[in-house]
Design a protein around this ligand. Structure first.
Ligand SMILES: [Zn+2]
Ligand SMILES: [Zn+2]
Length: 283
């Protein structure tokens, strides 16, 4: 009986030691990273901060995103601290339905602009049931982690709640991510018109406070999957990216277009594509 108790205690101690070591290792592995998830033809960016904090921007076109996300989260972490929806097109939105099912989404940010689709209506209902805190994105909003400004919202320029747009891309949530001394411009499906507006705001603010304006970045998440309606020369001149990520998969739209690829090459920008590389990870 005593023998049994001893071995039980010893077993428990070994188990605890292993557990503690494992947790320590797990924590040490938690360097900040941003992952451009390979979700096929669609957008999804996962920002992982130390202490199990995650920010997800868009979730691609399908439920596959949940398994993708789980590769970068410890098994015990079922919380995503913040989800941002760039705009409600299905190739950015549909995956969020499975994210809401598989994770606790604590905070949610979007433009709030009007958009009619079945997926979007389903999503908004599910979000309500989830009980996440909901925020409207507006230029100047800052998301900080331990005093460091991690994410800066550049567009929309003003509150777009319940506003209707001719094209929903006009209401795009565009942000700048600042992680490990690298700046990333996260564009969603921003098209040339919004690019021009962002550039105009850059010049308008040139003599004033430029902290919320577009500026020199390191990595460009290429707008609209490499469509010819985005990534103008004017944008490349101001943003001056060294590297570009193209989030596209098998598609019938011809994304990314040779026009945009040529333009990026002309500016000496190194291109990384999800359809060729799978997930693209910055640590
Ligand atoms: Zn779109
Ligand atoms: Zn899209």
């Amino acid at each position: 009986m005593i023998q049994l108790t001893k071995s039980f205690v010893l077993g428990a101690l070994i188990f605890l030691t292993v557990l503690v070591f494992w947790f320590v290792l797990e924590k040490e592995n938690q360097t900040a990273q941003v992952i451009f998830l390979d979700v096929g033809q669609g957008d999804s960016q996962l920002i992982v901060l130390p202490s199990d904090i995650q920010i997800l921007i868009d979730a691609g076109p399908s439920a596959d995103v949940s398994a993708k996300i789980s590769n970068y989260l410890p098994f015990y972490d079922k919380d995503i601290e913040l989800v941002i929806l760039s705009h409600p097109h299905a190739d950015h939105l549909r995956g969020l339905l499975s994210v809401l099912k598989d994770y606790n989404v604590k905070n949610f940010m979007f433009s709030g602009a009007n958009y009619e689709s079945k997926v979007y209506a389903d999503f908004l209902n599910t979000l309500k049931a989830e009980g996440s805190n909901v925020y409207l994105a507006e230029a100047g909003d800052l998301i900080s982690y331990e005093k460091d400004e991690v994410l800066k919202i550049l567009a929309p320029f003003k509150n777009t709640l319940s506003k209707s747009f001719k094209g929903i891309h006009e209401s795009m949530v565009v942000s700048e991510l600042n992680l490990g001394n690298k700046k990333f411009l996260l564009t969603g499906d921003m098209d040339e018109k919004l690019e021009q507006d962002l550039i105009a705001s850059y010049f308008a603010k040139a003599s004033q406070d430029r902290s919320n304006a577009l500026g020199d970045i390191d990595v460009l998440k290429v707008g609209h999957h490499g469509s010819k309606t985005s990534t103008s020369e004017a944008l490349l001149k101001i943003a001056k990216p060294e590297e570009a990520i193209i989030q596209s998969g098998r598609n019938s739209y011809g994304h990314p277009t040779p026009l945009v690829l040529d333009r990026l090459n002309k500016f000496g920008v190194k291109i990384f594509r999800n359809d060729q590389l799978g997930d693209v990870v910055y640590k």
